[in-house]
Design a binder for this molecule. Sequence first.
Ligand code: N01
Length: 546
Amino acid sequence: MPDTMIQTAAPQSAGVTHLDALIIGAGLSGMYQLLCLRDRLGLSVKALEAGQGVGGTWYWNRYPGARCDSESHSYSFYFSDELLQEWQWSERYPGQAEIMRYMNFVADKFDLKRDIRFGRRVNAATYDEAANLWRVSTENGEQYTTKFLITGVGCLSAANIPAIPGLETFKGEWYHTGSWPHDGVDFTGKRVGQIGTGSTGIQAAPVIAAQAAHLTVFQRTANYSIPARNAPLTDAFKAWTKTSAAEIRTTMQSTPNGHPFLISPRLALDSTPEEREALYEAAWDYGGLQFRATYQDMMTNKAANDTAAEFLKAKIRGIVKDPETARLLSDIDHPFASKRPPVDTNYFETYNRDNVALVDVRAHPIQSISETGIVTDQGEYPVDIIVFATGFDAMTGPLFKLNITGRDGLALTEAWSAGPRSYLGLQSAGFPNLFTITGPGSPSVLCNMPVAIEQHVEWITDCIAHMRANGIERIEADADAAEKWVEHTNEAANATLLPLAKHSWYLGANVPGKPRVFMPYAGGMARYRAICADVAAKGYEGFVFS
Ligand code: N01
């Protein structure tokens, strides 16, 4: 038996494993939650993970060019000073393989794998009110009962594969970037069609183009992108991350987006055009998500945002040599960063290669897939391999796939049929003792994820500790508190330019039929952290204990 399959003994009855807490997922969320509940609270706890290893999103997203857009020193757990001192990243942004090494390093250091059951995909979770237990089953027929059920399934783990007629007839190979083959895909000598130009497609295209005979990119919505300027870390920077860990943690916890840099207090329209140009040029040269921090009002004032948008569109036109391709790539219909802003390595430059073509599927939608290619009203584009960089059924998708049923037979899909209705993104009325790490209604994807995850895991751990200390058996979000939080989440989004991106997965707009509701909390991580702390300090205001 591989060590990943080792299980500790837990009381069994009629083939059912009984636990204090069950965690779904072994990415950053699941691993840290396991550590907190097992080692800090001493609960009997297991994590169930569909993959054969830890890593969550990074376990599945092995597409060419997969790399995090958070800088490596911030894409780390900060709960353990020892871990911070022991682990050393090698590049400014960590690549998928290095993140997997990090995840395994963490799992091994804290001896987590013995309590993770790999290759277990949860297919149902049902609340038994009489017993005050969750009954959870897996696809391979295992049964669990648990008092606390905690999802750590990520926000972007349910692949969105568009229902394009004819895909089943395609004679070549096709892949979704979010479930990439572990041994890679050889593009040598192949004609590749890539659908999608989000963060993933923008990272993948340059790497695929460098190997394939030909790459055709099918673009529906043109996108901004900032150069990552990835590079090996210098010894001086590595040393600084060690000596300044506490300071970096403080910065990340005090900013709206959880990144290790502050947003400038400057207002874009207070600068002269020359000053703005110089600042944007410096931010472009520096690279990465920090571009968004150039001005305080970039995400709240459309005129301010326009100045950044125009700068970035001009950059695209300056890089891409073919005028029609440059026009299509810079014909962007939404404010900068109202969709998650990609960072890239040579994305726009890739269109200057002889073996790369861009197809505008906004003007000429994909009609079908034939045996040999992708078809629009302009004809067939013959390809040997199709890469779906088409994103995810975000935030609610991974939770719905668990088939969660709460009190009185209420399915989560039904409770959230008009959009997610979660209190603080942590709990939903009708689903006692169920916590959703980085659930909809929390900052999650608008924040550097490890920062959001640590805050949620620690809050949940403290809450469960409080319940145990006070003999409380059940916690459930109050329906009114949840409604108010949904309203507040909408207000927070509407105070920004984020809802102006009509095709954004933040709004669920990329999945046909999905309710258009702005799902993450846009009020900022620091503010959200304070709200959650205040709720706990007031005796878990808005939650009902019994
Ligand atoms: O997915 P996306 P992603 N026909 O939804 C297009 C994180 N991430 O995997 O915009 C044609 O952003 C779709 O077009 P449109 C990050 O949070 C992080 O790229 O809907 N096209 C869009 O162009 C990110 O935001 C990192 O019109 C179709 C693309 O496919 C999130 O994951 C790296 C289509 C999907 O873009 C998701 O990014 C990668 C159709 N039927 C991802 N359906 C880093 O950390 C969809 N599209 C760097």
